[in-house]
Design a protein around this ligand. Structure first.
Ligand code: ITT
Length: 202
């Protein structure tokens, strides 16, 4: 039987941390290109009202530019005590061009005085896929709570504040494999792989 060739998909991001998590989950089943492979691709305004909309905006734009199957991940942290903020504004919570550290410090400041039992939160990831035949999306989320100080060295973004009760660890205290097994992105990627298989792309 002829061996199926590896699918090539463009992931619409420059974010190295995201790319690492995608590659760890997808392994060699998919050849992943990224925006680094398309240096003339212009910046896209992520002005959707939801992470799902933003994922489609990014995936459609890079598909239009390259003609290749495209995928995009948009992720938000939803803190219940802040009415779901930062949500779709997670990357710019502390302002345009904020660093991970700026956003972490800003979140701690916004949550000052909120007791631990009222610090529930979740990460939510929307992954959108677009090619010249179809467009669909999947989602993953994980429940946790926001600590009052950072813990751990791994991961990225808000990971050092995000405590996952079942393992009694922050996401920054997990290695990539462990985080990918239970995280918002890991679950969205499981659904993504499942759907690719169902649609015979894998
Ligand atoms: P792209 O849009 O280019 O993919 P981005 O960094 O802007 O990259 P998002 O808008 O999806 O990514 O994510 C918003 C922010 O949420 C991001 O800057 C991080 O601070 C945070 N974030 C995303 N995924 C995370 C994760 O797995 N753990 C912790 N924080 C995360």
């Amino acid at each position: 039987m002829k061996k199926k060739s590896t699918a090539t998909i463009v992931l619409a991001t420059h974010n190295r941390d995201k790319i690492r998590e995608f590659n760890a989950k997808l392994g060699n089943r998919i050849q992943l290109k990224t925006l680094d492979d398309f240096p003339d691709f212009p910046e896209v305004a992520e002005n959707g009202g939801s992470i799902r909309e933003n994922a489609y905006i990014k995936a459609r734009a890079i598909h239009a530019h390259t003609g290749l199957p495209a995928v995009a991940d948009d992720t938000g942290l939803e803190v219940d005590a802040l009415d779901g903020a930062p949500g779709v504004y997670s990357s710019r919570f502390a302002g345009e061009n904020a660093s991970y550290r700026d956003n972490v410090q800003h979140l701690l400041k916004q949550m000052k005085g909120i007791p631990q039992e009222q610090r529930s939160a979740r990460f939510r990831t929307s992954i959108a896929y677009v090619d010249n035949q179809e467009a669909w999306d999947v989602e993953g989320f994980v429940e946790g709570c926001i600590l009052k100080e950072v813990r751990g060295e791994g991961g990225f973004g808000y990971d050092p504040l995000f405590f996952f009760e079942p393992l009694q660890k922050t996401f920054s205290e997990m290695d990539l494999k462990e985080k990918n097994r239970i995280s918002h992105r890991g679950k969205a990627l499981d659904a993504f792989i499942h759907t690719l298989k169902n649609k015979k792309h894998l």
